[in-house]
Design a protein around this ligand. Sequence first.
Ligand code: GRF
Length: 268
Amino acid sequence: MSSSEHDTQNSPLRLGILISGSGTNLQALINAIESNRLPGVEIALVVSNKAGAQGLQRALKHNIPAIFLPWSRRNVGTQGTAPGEMRIAGTQGIASKSGMAESEARLTALLHLFQIDLIVLAGWMRILSAAFLEQFSQRIINIHPALLPGDGTGSTYITSDGTQIPVFRGLHAVKQALDAGVKVTGSCVHYVTPEVDAGPVICREEVTIEEGDTEETLHERLKMVEHRLIVEAVSHHEREYALDRAPHDAGRTYFSGERASGGDQRSG
Ligand code: GRF
């Protein structure tokens, strides 16, 4: 998948959106496209690793191709057999693609088939391997419900009021913020790199934690913010993509750290 697959000046940026659940961020993108707030962008495919994900229904309701892709979490081989998978007697390690590698190969084939330009991880709850990510370098973005420094790395973040807080990565980032007792958290959209939740930030916004907030109430408020951020991030990428398609701009680097808003005086 490269910009050369779409070499006409007017071809839209085709999104492939990966989900695992409710798909409210997907809905935000659908709404933005349908109300002309994301010109030059279309959703070409939605993939879910969960058959019952509400996001699949949201996509189908808007005539967007939506596919359930069963996903194996790990490879079969010397590390053991993934649940529900058969180990072939006499095989040592991975003789052919199996488990997660096979899931990723199927996903790769789908993304190429649907000529996806930008992959959006919108609540996708599966780790993607470095080999998979390498194929789509600078073409995968993720929404994370916590604040990351501009370049995505490091263990601390300085909020706009000058307070240093830890960076919360991985699962349950909303709960991690509550448990840590911080007063401010937020959400961001960032490019995906092999290290989990550690890629360059495109945009982000702080959210104040209120007295009595639970994981649910705080996550709801974070999602409100995310619904704006995801549209802004796709719009940013689309502009870069349009530039990339311009004849004199080949080889342009996509990420520009200065676009990240809010505090970013990372010290760790
Ligand atoms: C969002 O809060 C996002 O930050 C996290 O997963 C959630 C997805 O929500 N990665 P939804 O499925 O878009 O409603």
